[in-house]
Design a protein around this ligand. Sequence first.
Ligand code: C5P
Length: 226
Amino acid sequence: DAPRDLVGRHVVVSAGGTREPLDPVRFLGNRSSGKQGYALARTAAARGARVTLLSANADLPDPAGVDVVHVGTAVQLREAALKAAADADAVVMAAAVADFRPEAYATGKIKKKDGEEPAPIVLVRNPDILAELSADRARPGQVVVGFAAETDDVLANGRAKLARKGCDLLVVNEVGERKTFGSEENEAVILGADGHETPVPYGPKEALADRIWDEAARRLAPATAD
Ligand code: C5P
């Protein structure tokens, strides 16, 4: 049975991947399925938390007993995250957020014209939501958790990213054939800003989600009576 260690807590989880529109029919996106974030939302609810799930383009049913806010772009996700984080005990950014978005949005479908070269796509930076949430904590003692998918030097890159983002925990996983994107399984190391590192062996995303909540729960500020 799940521990009931999140009773009385509000947790916010982002899931899926943002889509950055170019025109009414096209976008820049990524391969995130949302499964890890949804597993985090379900396991937090099972442990007694009130859960707000910020879902970016995940093709998954809304989990029972969870408040789901659907968003499209990184800018929309930021809005929703800042709002939901205001009274949250923990925020877990599991969504794959586009680092860049097209500078211009064409209100009509972009057309190819005979004999013309395609126009270049100019990108601008998106806000880094995780870094912002970490720097401006909505509550003292709020636990902020990020994810990093790396292809090489996983631990070294993860440790550097943890420091750069300023979050409390960073879940690093290696992007590989049978894990991470779209898969039911994952394998990761949970890095703590306190230097504590927890390897989680290959297994269901639900199991990794529970290990993440174990680490987050240990770091939560003592519960208040409000
Ligand atoms: O920098 P990178 O994209 O690898 O960082 C991944 C982590 O940062 C994830 O937790 C992701 O949700 C978060 N992120 C964010 N805003 C961005 C880019 C990433 O919150 N613009």
